[in-house]
Design a protein around this ligand. Structure first.
Ligand code: NAD
Length: 509
């Protein structure tokens, strides 16, 4: 909770019942511009009464929305997509101002979210039931898919638009109401999206934004009027969310952290590998759940690869993601000073554990932005796989090269880790790639593709400590998550044949 004065900067409200709702909780958190280090706003942190108000409004929204025809719902989703396309550069500026990522990357995140909106426009085809005629004499069976009710969506700071959009277009299309609890570090995009939905004609209460911290999250997890929870964030919180929501009888999907490895076989094109390792390791300053953290180099390629990566790092520019006289930099700042200290601490640990710091981003300073939370691209060699800097998620622009001798050693290392979000293999050997995809215990795999985020019609999600729950995000699994099925067995009586008592268990005849 903030102790700073909120007099000079705005306090960001909630969005409840189709309007901005100022908070009366008296609790706020600072929202920084990470490129300048300034507090540019405070965000309201909901109290119990505001949580209850948001949930009650969402319930009313659900009653209205779920009774509208699919045709009417579809019109609203199409309109939302049209408005998003027309105005997305405004949204990108909001992302960059609060998150720090470069503008083109903010546009990229919106584009990936937009894909899910586009998938959702075709929802009637994805929530169709089934029909079996004459399963028994005169009896038909059919299934309906109905919305589940009020869906809670709790999102992390690193994708303030794309991550909520993995869920809400599908949840809304399927007839649910949603309550988005954005990260308190970059909450403004959610309010902007709420206003866009209103312009698109969504009834009040169907899209709610509840700003807050653990108190708001716990309110959603425990309320009997919230039917599902979709969470994305760090693994310890994901596990807590999964256990608490399940204990309260909710459907839950909780996506956690990651440590993504790239396995490089000696036959790979090392220039391509170096380009992709730099893009996937340092893009968005490494604050992506699918960022590449570790390159497993099967010898004898490590020396040459490190040389190529180092050359490329030298040309990277760190700066204000909003751009400036010199144009857009390659990477912006980290989210907070606290997070920068955490990333630096991991590099200290790597050094203390015997790692060679080939390129050191700890001293990075950006002229004119001395108070920004910048951290330069960092490359580490010779790190022991026992080091915490290897086993834990760093979530910054830090890439490690681990030297190994065989393909099998690489597979074993990846499979022995606790995370299973994404991984990639770089090779020209189709047989090795095929074996990799079969043996690797990870949810999303790239073959000569470094950040294998599936398109909207294939679901997104990892294995092990990267996803708690049974359903991945979006795609067919998204529609399954946000609907529940009814099976109806129906007999329209034929007066000529009906009659008689039979106490036996119903069987086909
Ligand atoms: P975080 O876990 O700190 O916060 C995520 C959300 O949980 C926020 O809305 C926050 O307010 C809330 N929260 C935080 N502490 C809580 C608590 N004790 N009780 C209840 N709620 C709490 O994560 P973050 O730092 O915002 O995001 C970065 C993390 O998210 C990284 O670990 C990254 O790998 C992960 N992530 C994973 C994916 C994925 O698809 N698996 C995608 C994006 C980010």
């Amino acid at each position: 909770m903030s102790t700073e004065s909120t007099e000079t900067v705005p306090v960001l409200p909630h969005w409840i019942d189709g309007a901005r709702r100022e908070s009366a909780s008296g609790r706020t958190a600072p929202v920084y511009n990470p490129a300048t280090g300034e507090v540019q706003a405070h965000v309201a942190l909901a109290d119990e009464a505001e949580v209850a108000e948001a949930i009650a409004s969402a319930r009313r929204g659900f009653e209205v929305w779920s009774e509208l025809s699919m045709a009417k719902r579809q019109t609203v989703i199409f309109k939302f997509r049209e408005l998003l396309v027309a105005k997305k550069s405004e949204l990108a500026e909001i992302i960059t101002r609060e998150h720090g990522k470069v503008l083109s990357d903010a546009m990229g995140e919106i584009a990936r979210g937009q894909e899910v909106v586009e998938l959702a426009t075709g929802f009637p085809n994805l929530i169709k039931g089934g029909f079996s005629e004459s399963v028994s004499t005169g009896i038909d069976v059919y299934t309906l898919k109905q919305p589940i009710g009020v869906a809670g969506i709790i999102s992390p700071f690193n994708f303030p638009v794309m991550v909520p959009m993995w869920f809400f277009p599908i949840a809304i299309a399927a007839g649910n109401a949603v309550i988005v609890k954005p990260s308190e570090k970059d909450p403004s995009a959610s309010i902007w999206l709420a206003e866009l939905w209103q312009e698109a004609g969504l009834p009040d209460g169907v899209f709610t934004v509840l700003n807050g911290d653990k108190l708001a999250v716990d309110g959603l997890l425990t309320s009997p009027d919230v039917d599902s929870i979709s969470f994305v964030g760090s693994t310890p919180i994901a596990q807590y969310i999964y256990e608490t929501a399940a204990k309260h009888g909710k459907r839950v999907q909780a996506l956690g952290g990651a440590k993504n490895h790239m396995l490089v076989l000696p036959d790979a094109d090392l220039d391509l590998v170096a380009d992709q390792a730099v893009n996937a390791g340092y893009g968005a300053a490494g604050e992506r759940c699918m960022a590449l953290s570790v390159v497993l180099a099967v010898e004898p390629v490590a020396d040459e690869l490190i040389e190529k990566i180092t050359e490329r790092i030298a040309s990277l520019r760190v700066g204000n993601g909003a751009g400036g006289p010199a144009g857009e930099p390659d990477l912006g700042p980290l989210i907070t000073a606290e997070h920068r200290a955490k990333v630096a601490n991991y590099v200290d640990i790597a050094e203390a554990d015997g790692g060679t710091i080939v390129v050191d981003g700890r001293g990075c300073r950006v002229e004119g932005h001395e108070d920004g939370f910048f951290f330069g691209p960092t490359l580490i060699d010779n790190l022991s796989t026992d080091s915490r800097a290897y086993t834990e998620e760093i979530f910054g622009p830090v890439l490690q090269v681990i030297r190994i001798q065989t393909f099998e050693e690489g597979v074993q290392l990846i499979n022995s880790g606790r995370f299973g979000n994404g991984t990639a293999i770089f090779t020209n050997d189709g047989g090795a790639a095929r074996r990799f995809q079969h043996e690797i215990q990870v949810g999303m795999i790239g073959i000569n593709v470094p950040i294998p985020v599936p398109v909207a019609y294939h679901s997104f999600g990892g294995w092990k400590a990267s996803l708690f729950g049974d359903a991945k995000a979006y795609g067919v699994q998204g529609f399954e998550f946000f609907t529940r099925e009814k099976a109806i067995t129906s007999r329209w009586l034929d007066p000529a044949t009906h009659g008689g008592i039979n106490l036996g268990f119903p069987q086909n005849d």
